[in-house]
Ligand binder design. Sequence first.
Ligand code: NDP
Length: 296
Amino acid sequence: MTAQIIDGKAQAEALRAAVAGEVARLKADHGFVPGLAVVLVGEDPASKVYVSSKAKQTVEVGMNSIEHKLDVATTEADLLALIGKLNADPAVDGILVQLPLPKHIDSAKVLEAIAPDKDVDGFHVVNVGKLATGQWSLVPCTPYGSMILLRATLGKLAGKEAVVVGRSNIVGKPMAQLLLKANCTVTIAHSRTQDLPAVCRRADILVAAVGIPEFVKGDWVKPGATVIDVGINRVPAPEKGEGKTKLVGDVDYAAAAEVAGAITPVPGGVGPMTIATLLGNTLIAACQRRGLAAPA
Ligand code: NDP
């Protein structure tokens, strides 16, 4: 069997187009343009790339992008003061603080300072708690994007056996909550799980969010399963030339694609969805804050 390749690029493009359409409608009907503020502290090269592509895509869908690039020596107090200002600024609908933050800043304290209704990353405990208790909330972008891919591939998810490998607060746990909300039977696996291959083989839906290149093997995949590979790992690629690198996921793609019914590639799977859902969350936050119906 050769798996269907789940096209995250196309899904992300469709979501961005839908967001752009809604942004244009809000401007025409209600006279406002949603704004997303992104805060970057320091010079981390990967973070700089993410922040500039977030800003570019924000503008492309017609929203305002507000960028704050702060020196690595910025104090926690100064960062908290900036967040306070952004919380109070009516032109700002979403606030994203790019992680990781420098070591002298307490990330948890900073994330908790963001107003929950502007928390487009969905990391604030209020949003985490609402998701866990089945209430409406802003949802973390990567799991949200993974759910869109799953629904586009499988339609209804109710009753499916789902295994999430990884229990981080940004991916594994919210992913499990969303699958549970979609009425899947959910198992969360992690580094202490016994006989992980057997646990994975139960899954109709297998989500890998581990951070280890090609960790999930082909024979861990149940025939016909849908595999969502959240991992993004840069590894040496000597076949491309000396010193060259490439991106791989947390799943051994070639082997898994022989067994799975459908699978996300890396790159081009979950990755492109993350910024698209961030823009979707900003649109939702902008509507919610103004008492307007948020688009589905
Ligand atoms: P974390 O390092 O925070 O979490 C990794 C999880 O994997 C932990 O829960 C850990 O278990 C588990 N784990 C580690 N080793 C094993 C093992 N041997 N067996 C079973 N479980 C194990 O990573 P993140 O959740 O932040 O990220 C996961 C991956 O997703 C990374 O590759 C990251 O780059 C990628 N990512 C991609 C995004 C995107 O936009 N596509 C966005 C965010 C992340 P334990 O808790 O027991 O230590």
